[in-house]
Design a protein around this ligand. Structure first.
Ligand code: KG4
Length: 352
């Protein structure tokens, strides 16, 4: 594939409860533009269950995806014939949704004779250190090149966003819990409860969140019925513990990065939890101490969206990496194929 020609990629994202599509344009010099980025959040369909229900999500993707793709194409002012490739998030995620997105991408690619590039990555100067914290992931990853990842740390139990969601649920706050906990925490006293700081001081860069979550549960049931003040203080205490633990784990992660790959070009934070202002502040301090730059994509690009998928496709296409029509949908997909799940790892997302 020639390097100096602009390429146009449609990206489709359906791995959880966002039905999303976007069109991006990548120039020969590696710069890019998002021509459209349409995201439909299914939060309303799941809110009464207190978490994402996989079957409901998959059905909603089937209903919505055609319209969302059509709108992304229209907003970008382009037609299927102009596309250089179609990219879909082929995993990891809820398998029903992944199948819907990948199959739709395959159908578009087949009908319009367009290459298919089902992968996920990020576009930045390599190597960089990625902190990925969402409802399904908590990982520190060394990104060495396109598709070349080395996992430096991961959660041994709950994902960070999942812990926020579960704490919200036990305190009677609505789903999704992250923003609710952040809001309640802002008026609370972080020192009222002595919550544990999981994994603090350990030589590896792993995370653990379930013990902290359980500590919040004990305090909440001890105090029940909870007053608004209690909820705020519990949220503030929980968030402060997450912040301290995150700062410590990331410092270790960056140290491991240095030892193995030299200085990172940046610390990049992605995933829904990166929208949390207090966590952003902690990351800023960690980056400054490690003498690197913190990059956090705008909130709309931190959570599930099609633009990141389209961009990953554009990067891969530029390198001549195209996938066959039998590319499988995957519920689990480790960024680092050599990384094994740590002992005790369990995927307990949303508590279903
Ligand atoms: O990246 P994302 O949209 O992908 C999924 O995992 O679907 O992340 C969603 C997660 C949820 O668990 C949500 O509670 C959490 O990110 N989250 C937050 C905040 N905003 C979203 N967690 C803490 N503070 C926030 N402000």
């Amino acid at each position: 594939m020639e390097n100096d020609k602009p390429i146009l990629v449609l990206g489709i994202e359906t791995t959880c409860d966002e039905t999303a599509a976007a069109v991006v344009e990548r120039q020969g010099d590696g710069s890019g533009r998002i021509l459209s980025n349409v995201v439909h959040s299914q939060t309303e369909e799941h809110v009464r269950f207190g978490g994402v229900v996989p079957e409901i999500a998959a059905r909603a993707h089937v209903d919505l995806l055609d319209t969302i793709v059509g709108r992304a194409m229209k907003d970008a002012g382009t037609g299927f014939a102009q596309l250089s490739a179609v990219a879909a998030a082929a995993g990891p995620g809820l398998i029903g949704g992944v199948i819907v997105g990948l199959t739709t991408a395959k159908a578009i690619a087949m009908v319009h004779d367009t290459p298919l590039t089902p992968r996920l990555s990020c576009a930045l100067a390599f190597p960089y250190c990625l902190f990925l914290a969402s409802g399904g992931h908590t990982q520190i990853v060394a990104v060495i090149g396109v598709g070349n990842y080395v996992r430096l740390g991961t959660t041994v139990d709950d994902a960070m966003g999942e812990a926020f969601d579960k704490v919200a649920k036990m305190l009677g706050l609505p789903y999704p819990g992250g923003p609710e906990v952040e809001r309640a925490a802002s008026g609370g006293d972080p020192a009222r409860f002595a919550f544990p700081r999981p994994m603090l001081g350990r030589a590896d860069a792993n995370f653990s969140l379930s013990g902290l979550k359980t500590a919040v549960r004990y305090e909440a049931s001890r105090l029940a019925p909870l007053q608004a003040r209690d909820v705020s203080d519990l949220c503030a205490g929980f968030q402060a513990a997450v912040l301290e633990s995150t700062a410590d784990r990331l410092s270790v992660g960056l140290k491991l990065f240095h030892e193995q790959f030299g200085a990172p070009r940046a610390l990049v934070a992605a995933g829904g939890v990166a929208a949390n202002q207090a966590i952003r502040g902690a990351l800023q301090d960690v980056a400054a101490k490690a003498e690197t730059t913190l990059i956090i994509p705008p909130p709309a690009l931190c959570t599930d969206n099609g633009a990141m998928i389209a961009w990953a496709g554009a990067e891969r296409l530029t390198l001549g990496l195209v996938d066959a029509m039998d590319a499988p949908p995957r519920a689990r997909w480790l960024l680092d194929a050599n990384a094994t799940a740590p002992a005790g790892f369990a995927n307990t997302r949303a508590g279903f």
